[in-house]
Design a protein around this ligand. Structure first.
Ligand code: FE
Length: 180
């Protein structure tokens, strides 16, 4: 009887520890290492992780996309292509094409950045602690290419209460079905 109790307790503790690890608190490198793929693309195809040098990213992205995706910059509010986009479709990573958000979970946050209450798949994004500018925030990255997308806050609408605040320039939009 005691043994069974002990095993239950051990399992519960282990579960808690794994949960904590999967949540906020992981460093950028830990999060990137954990994301091994494979990932599911827009056509249901299997995609491998994307790893490119800084030089390669710089050559292939626009200046603004490079600044946001690879240098964790932020576009000015109300300037991007998607904060006011009300069309039905899927938002994919501008760096690697991985489906990240659906128009079905987009809402008007009034912030001037496209905002979603949930990603398409939890495993398609990485959440990393960001202590820049004297604040502790949770940074959101694309799990396939590591590209910075924005941040997630806990003041979003139901059902999740989350607000994924994303830079338009980090996304491309594929109009059509809102299900990848
Ligand atoms: Fe990506």
């Amino acid at each position: 009887m005691h043994t069974r109790y002990f095993i239950c307790l051990a399992l519960a503790l282990f579960g808690l520890m794994s949960c904590n690890q999967a949540q906020k608190g992981v460093t950028e490198q830990e999060a990137l290492n954990q994301a091994t793929g494979p990932f599911i693309g827009l056509d249901g195809d299997t995609l491998q992780k994307v790893e490119k040098t800084d030089k390669e990213w710089k050559a292939e992205l626009s200046e603004q996309a490079y600044y946001v995706l690879r240098q964790a910059g932020t576009e000015r509010a109300f300037t991007g292509n998607f904060w006011n986009n009300k069309k039905k479709g899927v938002y994919i990573c501008a760096g690697c094409g991985l489906p990240l958000f659906s128009s079905a979970t987009k809402f008007e946050s009034g912030t001037g950045w496209p905002s979603f209450w949930e990603p398409i798949r939890k495993e398609n994004i990485l959440e990393v602690v960001d202590k820049a500018y004297g604040m502790t925030r949770t940074e959101v990255r694309c799990a396939r290419c590591g590209g910075h997308q924005g941040h997630v806050f806990d003041d979003g609408p139901k059902p999740t209460g989350l607000r994924y605040c994303i830079n338009s320039v980090a996304l491309d939009f594929v109009e059509g079905s809102d299900k990848p």
